[in-house]
Design a protein around this ligand. Structure first.
Ligand code: F0G
Length: 368
């Protein structure tokens, strides 16, 4: 059965989704590789750095694991249309799964602010692709209005079935580590569903008695798209407070999000696992991305925040020499090839920005 080849549906006993397995829409998602990053480990003075490469999913991002679950629910409930707002990867995944299922899909994306690879995917898979002169947060407002007015199933990550699918990489990772629990799992933070879903997966594995403890989950944001970081580091603590949206700006366009939907879940994930929220600069992201590329692995810019964040956690001793840290690489390197080319042609940063590098940073950039 096709579902048995899916890294999501082979965990169907752990998914609260009652559906006829013959009607599941799957592209054989999941079952993604866990790589060692020996060069990064050496540079950081760590024994291990591992990368769970969710970019090796069928449409090139982690979104596929959630989309197979939520799209199958849409089919079961008899919807003909599905919709989402997206920074590019959700729309690519939704368009593909909707096409497989024979549903129509409509995507709202911020004009000029998503990578071409992702835009081309939603067109290729036949989604009605609408570019709006706003940012991701503006697209979310509009898609919410749309689904209130029409019988269209919303596939943004506020959809709980998305998170159910997205928790399964936690099980898969534990399997790949032969049930040895890593000390740290590090994920990028955008709309904040992914880190929350992984935390749910680890918590469930713990509740089931499959693992004796849960890893610390840390969330890394781009410095100018950092609402969670700002929330977690505010004077006086977080109790009883609401997250304040920010105007987001980063070249890691996947995580250019100022008003994250799942912030409460993410705060819970940080607090229950003991992980941290960090922010990293554009230069740090670019360098980390090049380093992951130089491992022969590669990822999209938003994924590279994990390595940039790990450096910070190592620098002040939060991650120790013998700790095992697993980076969640969320998207494939081909998703945003413009970024990569611009970086290696020295076109990504202005002369002023390059001049602002410390001598050590400058040396690292040129040594790659
Ligand atoms: N990495 C990539 C490659 C992404 O596409 C996203 C989110 C994230 C990280 C952040 O994950 O939102 O769960 O915190 N992309 C969404 C999209 C928002 O529309 O494709 P998150």
């Amino acid at each position: 059965m096709p579902v048995d080849q899916s890294g999501v549906w082979r965990f169907r006993d752990l998914l609260p989704i009652v559906t006829d397995m013959n009607k599941v829409t799957t592209l054989r998602e999941g079952n993604t590789p866990l790589y060692e990053l020996p060069k990064s480990a050496k540079a950081l003075g760590l024994h291990w750095v591992l990368a769970k490469h969710q970019g090796m999913n069928p449409t090139g991002s982690f979104k596929d694991t959630g989309m197979t679950a939520a799209l199958s629910v849409a089919v079961e409930r008899g919807f003909e249309w599905v919709a989402c707002a997206s920074t590019g990867n959700t729309s690519a995944a939704m368009a593909a799964y909707a096409a497989r299922a024979g549903l129509r899909s409509i995507v709202f994306i911020p004009e000029g602010k998503i990578a071409w690879g992702k835009l081309s995917q939603s067109m290729d898979y036949g989604a009605l692709t609408v570019q709006l002169k706003t940012d991701f947060d503006g697209c979310v407002r509009l898609v919410n209005e749309l689904v209130r007015a029409y019988p269209i199933y919303l596939l943004n990550s506020v959809n709980p079935y998305r998170l159910e699918g997205q928790k399964t990489p936690a099980f898969e990772l534990l399997e790949q580590l032969e049930w040895q629990v890593p000390e740290h799992v590090i994920a990028p933070g955008g709309n904040l569903a992914n880190a929350s879903a992984l935390a749910k997966g680890f918590a469930e594995a713990h509740q089931l008695g499959l693992i004796p403890r849960i890893p610390k989950i840390s969330i890394i944001q781009a410095q100018d798209a950092n609402p969670l970081y700002t929330f977690m580091h505010q004077p006086g603590g977080t109790d009883g407070r609401e997250l304040i949206p920010v105007t987001a700006e980063t070249r890691a366009s996947a995580i250019r999000i100022g008003n994250p939907a799942s912030w409460r879940k993410a705060v819970n994930a940080l607090q229950t696992t003991g992980g941290w929220c960090e922010e990293v600069t554009e230069q740090e992201i670019a360098l980390a991305k090049a380093q992951i590329g130089a491992e022969g692995i590669g990822c999209e810019p938003a994924s590279a925040v994990t390595l940039a964040g790990l450096k910070k956690l190592v620098a002040d001793g939060r991650v120790k020499e013998k700790d095992r840290a697993v980076l969640i690489l969320t998207g494939h390197t081909l998703k945003d090839s413009d970024y990569t080319i611009q970086y290696h042609r020295n076109e990504l940063f202005t002369n002023q920005e390059t001049a602002a590098l410390t001598p050590e940073e400058a040396a690292q950039h040129t040594h790659l």
